[in-house]
Design a protein around this ligand. Structure first.
Ligand code: PRP
Length: 206
């Protein structure tokens, strides 16, 4: 059997991604807190690589990883040439437009300033509303932007809603639902179809 490479995201999805494999007969002996970025399973059939969530889809699209586990948020933002094979059912949250209570999210003759880590996605959302926006790309702590007057609104992922609440913000419109997805490189999916199907089955797919 060809050794497959699976890219896993460090951070939010890492533990649950590994847990998923630990519930199968694939034995991974890795220390999640180690700085090591490459591991193989006991039978050396699968190589696991750990990367930043926003880079997983690049590794898979370029074919250096055959499979990857990535949040649907990244898939919606990046719009890349990969197959989305399975909803893995964890890492559930949603995209939302958020701001201050009763704030208007449509200003037909005005430009709305939106802070986000997901500029491509935000452009599509507001283009569909025919609302002109200035997108302010930030890399984290997005909730800060309206609080200190950098933006009118934010578009971000909301899980418990705690970060919004703690900063005096509310969800003004719910957008797409998000969860972790198994993605595959398109060429590898054809070449390694049987092996990938077996892995999909072990992870609970049909
Ligand atoms: C994410 C997201 C929100 C928060 C939402 O940030 O950007 O800030 O989590 O979660 P909640 O609804 O449960 O409060 P993350 O913790 O990944 O860190 P970041 O702000 O540095 O992006």
């Amino acid at each position: 059997m060809n050794q497959l490479t699976i890219a896993l995201a460090k951070g939010r999805l890492a533990d649950k991604g590994l847990e998923l494999f630990k519930n199968t007969d694939i034995e991974i002996d890795c220390d999640e807190n180690s700085r090591k970025l490459v591991f193989t399973d006991a039978k050396e059939e699968i190589r696991f690589i750990f990367a930043k969530p926003s880079d997983i889809i690049t590794y898979v699209e370029k074919g250096v990883a055959d499979l990857g586990i990535v949040g649907k948020d990244m898939i919606l933002e990046e719009n890349r040439e990969v197959y989305e094979l399975m909803d893995l059912g964890f890492g559930k949250c949603r995209f939302a437009i958020a701001g201050f209570e009763n704030q208007n999210i449509n200003k037909k003759n005005d430009v709305l300033r939106i802070a986000t880590n997901y500029p491509n996605y935000v452009k599509r959302v507001f283009d569909a509303k025919s609302q002109r926006v200035e997108i302010i790309k930030l890399n984290g702590s997005i909730e800060l932007a309206p609080v200190i007057g950098l933006s009118d609104l934010i578009v971000d992922i909301v899980e418990t809603g705690e970060t919004l609440k703690k900063n005096g913000l509310v969800v003004l419109e719910e957008l797409d639902s998000i969860s972790a997805r198994l993605v595959a490189n398109k060429a590898s999916y054809r070449l390694n179809f049987d092996t990938i199907k077996k892995i999909e089955n072990k992870l609970g797919g049909n």
